[in-house]
Design a protein around this ligand. Structure first.
Ligand SMILES: Cc1ncc(COP(=O)(O)O)c(C=O)c1O
Length: 368
């Protein structure tokens, strides 16, 4: 039993031992001085004007939303050139990850994913008894697709690909993706998690809408949380084969997507909102380049950053201790996300946060 689990009070009823063995999620300690929150890959901008307009309209919150949400699904389906039943909405794309794992993986089945990657991946199978199979990234902090293909077994039911990879930043290139898909059994579900897709500038990166039609076993995940800045409203979506999405619907908690979230997502897709969104993305991409350049000038080997975050590795080319660097940030009032033993992820956010980040890292390196 882990230290965290043994320190927890004993429940007064019989609960599953495998659940009790896992420490619950804990947010990082609050900083002691005012600073920036660069730990959750959130968008620093206020909501788009079209979103503000719908949020200020008193919604009928005494009613459940219409669960099928045909207008929003139709708008998203048109973008991908799929039918309405090829789009599935949920209260955040993380909810769809849980749904798909629950739909695909029974006790003892395997969920294959790169590591480090999105922190939720290792626990997706917990409630269904599926087993997480993490495959280490390459030295360049990219998915090791050959090793992942080698790790596929009889029990692999779902493969999670994160592009660009949270927390390290590189995308999966289209040619590498296609080669990988050749090695995945046609009856094994592959999820392309593109939570940060709108920030991608690499022309060689795989793009869900370009490859979906060729792979009936592929589901593409997108979210309104990151570039669109609707993290607090909780709305994301999947695009793929209707029969796969119908199974996800079976395992979903009903009525989780609110009408407010639906209205905000729809407003975000209006032409005026798109122009505003594109301008914001451009600003964040420029800040990302500035941050990467500044950190590389300090001698750090920063991997290709294609999301709204940058990665400082622990070890050769990086810092000696990710935990110590995160503590140095916290002491200055700024939160970043440490992955002990692997590196530190820093969100690209307010313009004023850039010199603060560079300054803290410079001092940290000088002191070490
Ligand atoms: C790679 C990746 N996928 C999915 C999510 C979940 O996003 P949401 O549930 O807000 O749509 C995140 C959030 O950080 C993420 O980094």
């Amino acid at each position: 039993m882990s230290e965290a689990a043994s320190a927890a009070p004993r429940p007064p009823v019989r609960l599953r031992a495998d659940v009790l063995a896992v420490p619950p999620y804990r947010q990082g300690a609050a900083p002691t001085r005012p600073g920036f929150k660069l730990s959750s890959n959130e968008n620093p901008f206020p909501p788009l004007q079209a979103v503000v307009d719908v949020l200020s309209d008193p919604a009928a919150v005494n009613r459940y939303a219409a669960a099928a949400m045909p207008e929003l699904r139709a708008a998203l389906a048109a973008e991908f050139g799929v039918s309405l039943d090829g789009v599935h909405l949920a209260a955040g794309s993380v909810a769809i990850l849980f749904q798909l794992v629950a739909a695909a993986a029974a006790p003892g089945d395997e969920v294959l994913h790169a590591w480090p990657s999105f922190e939720a991946y290792p626990s997706l199978g917990l409630s269904s008894g599926a087993v997480s199979v993490p495959v280490p990234l390459t030295a360049d902090a990219e998915h090791d697709l050959d090793a992942m293909a080698d790790a596929i077994t009889e029990r692999t039911r779902i493969v999670l690909l994160c592009t660009p990879n949270n927390p390290t930043g590189p995308t999966i290139r289209r040619a590498d993706f296609e080669r990988f898909m050749q090695r995945v059994p046609a009856d094994t579900l592959v999820v392309l998690d593109e939570a940060y897709r709108e920030f991608v500038t690499d022309p060689e990166a795989v793009r869900g809408e370009e490859v979906l039609a060729n792979h009936p076993n592929l589901v593409v995940l997108r979210t309104f949380s990151k570039a669109y800045g609707l993290a607090g409203l909780r709305i994301g979506y999947a695009v793929g084969a209707p029969a796969i999405l119908a199974a996800a619907q079976v395992t979903a908690i009903p009525l989780s997507v609110t009408g407010v979230a639906e209205a905000a997502a729809l407003a975000s897709l209006q032409p005026s909102a798109r122009a505003e969104l594109a301008a914001r993305i451009e600003v964040l991409v420029a800040r990302r380049a500035e941050l990467v350049a500044g950190l590389r000038e300090l001698g750090l080997a920063i991997p290709e950053a294609q999301g709204n975050f940058v990665w400082i590795p622990e070890g050769p080319g990086g810092v000696e201790s990710a935990a110590a660097l995160a503590a140095a940030f916290a002491a200055e009032g700024t939160l970043v996300r440490p992955f002990p033993g692997a590196g530190v992820r820093i969100t690209v956010a307010e313009a004023e946060s850039l010199p603060v980040v560079i300054g803290i890292v410079r001092e940290f390196l000088a002191a070490g």
